[in-house]
Write a protein that binds this ligand. Structure first.
Ligand code: ADP
Ligand code: MG
Length: 237
């Protein structure tokens, strides 16, 4: 299988504080990767480096062999990279449908914006709520809207940053099923999650961050059995 995402020695400092240090990662096309680690271990910082939300960072990132360094988030989105945010950030004065149309309008896909947006809403089962405002949605529906916006441009790689925080078990299962469906359609996915039942149900490979470093990378069952992972992460829960 081809390598879709390659991160080499990716790092990020905030002033004197090292939030992320020399992270290497190779992700194959079609993989389902789980990324776990305690709060503050650098998971979202890593996503921000990959997605272009941080303009400056150390190291190199390539997507399908193309360098991403220096590209803005919207340029990376056009090349097939999508991410969701830990806190959903919809445009609150716009309808659910308009929220999904926006990435399409800004990416030269204006002609197909409405049908494609509806298709995405149907995929996350929000079709009937297309004309509602985001605040009229339940929490899990807002999470699904965030995913609909992310898949609008038909990403090759989707990074879901804690897309399930605050949801019930049944709602978590719903989002996991949705991500599995997207993966089945060929989308490579990185799931960042604290909810272990979601991670173990979803991920075929797991990496663990502790204090800005990748400390483990492998088959979930084996990674979760590592003493250092238990000490650093599971033991604290
Ligand atoms: P995680 O997503 O694993 O919970 P983050 O990547 O959000 O962790 O944060 C890693 C560390 O970097 C934390 O100590 C956090 O306070 C710090 N950090 C993250 N973003 C910024 C920022 N924009 N400015 C300063 N410090 C930051
Ligand atoms: Mg985070």
């Amino acid at each position: 299988m081809s390598i879709l995402l390659k991160a080499e020695r990716v790092g990020k400092r905030f002033g004197g504080f090292v939030a992320l240090q020399e992270v290497d990662l190779e992700l194959r096309t079609g993989e389902r990767l789980g990324l776990i680690g305690p709060n503050g271990s650098g998971k979202s910082t890593f996503v921000n480096c990959i997605s272009g939300d941080f303009a400056q960072h150390d190291g190199q990132v390539t997507l399908a062999g193309q360098p991403l360094n220096g590209l803005k988030p919207n340029e990376r989105a056009r090349r097939g990279l999508a991410r969701t945010f830990q806190l959903p950030q919809p445009f609150n004065s716009l309808s659910v449908l308009e929220n999904v149309r926006i990435p399409l309008l800004f990416s030269g896909a204006a002609a197909e914006a409405t049908p494609r947006a509806m298709e995405c809403l149907d995929q996350v089962e929000l079709g009937p709520k297309a004309l509602k405002l985001p605040r009229e949605l339940t929490q899990v529906e807002q999470r699904r809207l965030e995913l609909a916006r992310a898949i609008a441009l038909r990403p090759q790689l989707l990074i879901a940053d804690e897309a399930m925080a605050g949801l019930s078990n049944a709602e978590v299962d719903e989002i996991v099923a949705l991500l599995l469906r997207l993966n089945g359609q060929g989308v490579t996915i990185i799931m960042i999650e604290h909810i272990m039942r979601a991670v173990t149900a979803f991920a075929e490979r797991l990496i663990v961050f502790v204090a800005g470093r990748k400390i483990a990378d492998g088959v979930p069952r084996e990674v979760l059995a590592l003493r250092e992972v238990e000490d650093a992460y599971l033991g604290k829960q």
